[in-house]
Design a protein around this ligand. Structure first.
Ligand SMILES: NC(=O)c1ccc[n+]([C@@H]2O[C@H](COP(=O)([O-])OP(=O)(O)OC[C@H]3O[C@@H](n4cnc5c(N)ncnc54)[C@H](OP(=O)(O)O)[C@@H]3O)[C@@H](O)[C@H]2O)c1
Length: 233
């Protein structure tokens, strides 16, 4: 092959790699942000953390341990130019935080949140009549919300092998392309993505977490779950 041919292939590979690298805004800097941000950076993406206090020492430490081109900014600035926006924030605040982020049209919002209340018997129950996924979709109607990562602990997200077997991430959302894009991020972490339906099913996915947490009240019955795809024909 000629040198020009080699240069052409290198340029082609470089542009293909660049096209795959996206800007991901991770809103929040707590446990889930600290698990997903570094994982997405390892896949070659640029990560911008959205924090109410980007200069805080703990935020800068998170930026520091995130590979590649990572930074922190105020949430409304972090989403500018981002293809993905991860809402790693308290579950009871998703509507106000989504509305505070400005124009999210066309962006893929990844929603890992849970919001539960305590019933009269002390057991956890859903805090809203619909779901956080639907609340976020209504607050940002021109964005593509994909519910993901709400059914497992942050530590299993970063170390799926600790579960002793495959770990599935159920996805719900109304846009097939957005779900496929999120599935690629999920699978890049060594997790298994399973599309389980439209955003109106988010309530059921959020309910899985309620069932899981309630087992804390029956330690002898503690369990974990894995959705297993049927073998294809
Ligand atoms: N922890 C888990 O293992 C886990 C697993 C699955 C799903 N989830 C869900 O994922 C979401 C994030 O969980 P997390 O454990 O990462 O929460 P967390 O550690 O409490 O972090 C939440 C982040 O949200 C940001 N934030 C923005 N506005 C806030 C406000 N008014 N008050 C407090 N924080 C605010 C904060 O970042 P700044 O201070 O930098 O602004 C904070 O670091 C929750 O909805 C949770 O239910 C958690």
């Amino acid at each position: 092959m000629t040198n020009i041919g080699r240069l052409f292939i290198i340029a082609f590979l470089f542009s293909a790699f660049s096209a795959a690298a996206e800007r991901i805004a991770v809103i929040g800097t707590g446990e889930v942000a600290g698990a997903l941000g570094p994982e997405f950076a390892l896949q070659g993406h640029e990560v911008v953390y959205g924090s109410r206090d980007p200069s805080r020492e703990s935020v800068q430490a998170l930026v520091e341990r995130t590979a590649g081109n990572a930074s922190a900014a105020m949430p409304v600035d972090a989403v500018v130019g981002a293809k993905f926006v991860v809402l790693a924030v308290p579950g009871g605040l998703v509507e106000s935080i989504t509305r505070s982020l400005g124009d999210l049209a066309g962006k893929i919002i990844i929603d890992p949140t849970n919001h539960f209340a305590t019933g009269e018997d002390g057991l956890p129950e859903m805090a809203v009549a619909t779901s956080n996924g639907e609340i976020i979709q209504a607050a940002a109607p021109d964005a593509f919300v994909v519910k993901a990562f709400n059914t497992l602990n942050w530590s299993t997200m970063v170390d799926p092998e600790s579960a002793g077997g495959p770990v599935s991430i159920p996805l719900v959302g109304d846009n097939a392309d957005a779900k496929a894009a999120v599935a690629t991020l999920v699978e890049g972490m060594g997790l298994e993505a399973i599309d389980v339906g439209p955003i109106r099913y988010a309530r059921h996915i959020e309910g899985m977490l309620i069932v899981w947490i309630s087992a804390r009240f029956r330690p002898a019955e503690s369990f974990e779950y894995h959705l297993r795809k049927l073998p294809s024909n």
